[in-house]
Design a protein around this ligand. Structure first.
Ligand code: ADP
Ligand code: MG
Length: 488
């Protein structure tokens, strides 16, 4: 029998706020364990939560970025469970009335090759609710230890509809979601730091049927490649069970990176197991429609909209926009450069080829976007470089050399050109002599050119360029060679 996979994702994102969800204790990643706590975080008797409005604001902004409806009113529920990562023995979350309802994310599926744009489609969301992050348990050799620094950090849980059908779609979704969140400045989405975490729900159904099959939920997927591997593993596992006439049991499974397989953790709990009830200490939150309008007016352009605009308005090819647009910092750098000198294509080429190459050479590890802010090159450097090439001050070839020098030293291109004497030579006397020499030395190329093979001229240009160290003006060289041969 052939099956269709059905996939729904639950993505937890830590919202970048200075302080925690219900208290003024600060949060920064990597602090000494248990130093970012206070009586509220530790759930001491007599403490009361105080709402962090910045977290509500940012989550609502995230919701609008993902095209959700913002609820007129949302409220807080206690999700009761006993586990050492939660000192209160309940988690404050939004069960009945989440802040954001519905929503959708545009994804791009891989094209037939990296240079060709793939199909686009929308993945429907169910909701986004706010909750507090629990503490972090680590299992050491003989002990389990707990760090409450993370406890109480505002967490947005983005829940999709069961609307994806392959690991490829899930990966495309997570990449698109990550870009949207970074663009809206909600989180840096560094999965290694736990800023973005994903659970994957997978079920199968016979092709052509519409009822949902029994699902399993995979946890501990701390990278996009783990999500992909876990979904593929689960589809294969369920297919085998169903083919043998067995049934899928609804359970929570844990992905094990070492063995690239998952194992059952527990049978899936149901909502009623948690004994949700409204938190008596927190008031419902009412969202003012004007506030939402204001948020809408401050939303950044979405990454795929930007990509379409770059392609249609700036005439950039997909090969360039697909490198630029997933990286907000690169786009900001690019836009600042074209403000200085409006030559989008040449500037984008320098950024996506030369700059990215130098950045990855400069650091074999880490994300290029992080290194960009420490780099000595400013948008003005690249704009000015393209400008002096357009003006004919230097050739494109010399431009590459100037680029590397600019990148290493932070010196402006005109200063480098002046200092190193790289100005394109238009000294026709010198160049003419070199051309005559080249013509005499390359009879074969001259004959071929005369026979109509224009490309044969390249064999003559080479030696002249070499002798002038690339400084001969290419257009002038072309004219001169043709004239000399034609008039000979
Ligand atoms: P919980 O996991 O907390 O019980 P939900 O029932 O709301 O929450 O579902 C969580 C996720 O599981 C959602 O992303 C939803 O799309 C997905 N999901 C629900 N049923 C199925 C199914 N039969 N197959 C695949 N995914 C499913
Ligand atoms: Mg779940």
């Amino acid at each position: 029998m052939s099956y269709e996979a059905v996939i729904g994702l639950e993505v937890h994102v830590q919202i970048k706020t200075r302080t925690k969800m219900f208290t003024a204790a600060p949060y920064v990643y990597g602090a000494e364990p248990n130093t970012l706590t206070d009586p509220v975080v530790l759930g001491l008797p007599g403490t009361l939560p105080v709402l962090n409005h910045a977290a509500i604001e940012k989550c609502a902004k995230l919701g609008r970025m993902l095209q959700c409806t913002i609820a007129e009113q949302c409220k807080w529920d206690r999700k009761n469970y006993f586990y050492p990562d939660s000192p209160k023995n309940y988690q404050l979350t939004q069960n009945e009335q989440p802040l954001c309802i519905g929503g959708k994310v545009e994804i791009e599926l891989p094209g037939p090759s990296r240079n060709i744009e793939g199909d686009h489609r929308w993945v429907q969301l169910n909701r986004i609710h706010l909750e507090e992050d629990p503490g972090k348990l680590s299992h050491e050799a003989f002990d389990t230890v707990i760090d409450f620094n993370r406890a109480g950090v505002p967490l947005a849980e983005i829940v999709t509809e069961p609307d994806m059908h392959s690991s490829t779609e899930a990966v495309a979704f997570l990449n698109a979601l990550r870009n949207l969140i970074i663009y809206a400045d909600i989180s840096d989405c560094d999965m290694e730091k736990g800023q973005m975490r994903c659970d994957a729900n997978v079920s199968l159904r016979a092709v052509g049927t519409h009822l949902l099959g029994t699902r399993t939920e995979m946890k501990n997927l701390n990278s996009i490649s783990n999500v992909k591997a876990a979904i593929e593993y689960e589809i294969a596992r369920q297919t085998e069970i169903l083919d043998e006439g067995g049934g899928i049991s609804q359970e929570t499974r844990r992905w094990d990176v070492e063995s690239s397989s998952s194992f059952s953790l527990r049978s899936k709990e149901e909502a009623h197991d948690y004994r949700y009830f409204p938190d008596p200490d927190l008031m419902p939150v009412v969202m003012n429609p004007q506030r939402i309008e204001q948020l809408d007016s401050q939303l950044p352009e979405r990454p795929l909209d930007k990509q379409r605009r770059y392609q249609s308005d700036l005439n950039l090819p997909y090969t360039i926009t697909s490198v630029l647009c997933p990286n907000l910092q690169l786009c900001e750098f690019f836009e600042a450069a074209i403000e200085v000198y409006p030559s989008p294509k040449a500037i984008a080429n320098y950024i996506t080829n030369d700059l990215l190459r130098e950045l990855s050479d400069a650091s074999a590890y880490g994300e290029s976007s992080q290194i960009l802010s420490d780099c000595k090159l400013s948008p003005t450097h690249i704009a000015n470089l393209v400008k002096i090439i357009d003006m004919g001050v230097i050739s494109k070839q010399i431009g590459k050399e100037v680029f590397t020098e600019m990148f290493n030293t932070g010196t402006m291109p005109d200063v480098i050109v002046e200092k190193k004497g790289l100005k394109q030579s238009s000294d026709s006397g010198e160049i003419e002599a070199l051309c005559r020499e080249a013509i005499m030395d390359n009879e074969k190329a001259v004959t071929e050119y005369k026979a109509g093979n224009i490309k044969a001229l390249n064999a003559l240009k080479g030696p002249v360029m070499k002798a002038t160290k690339g400084k001969a003006n290419p257009a002038m060289l072309d004219d001169l060679l043709k004239k000399l041969i034609d008039n000979a």
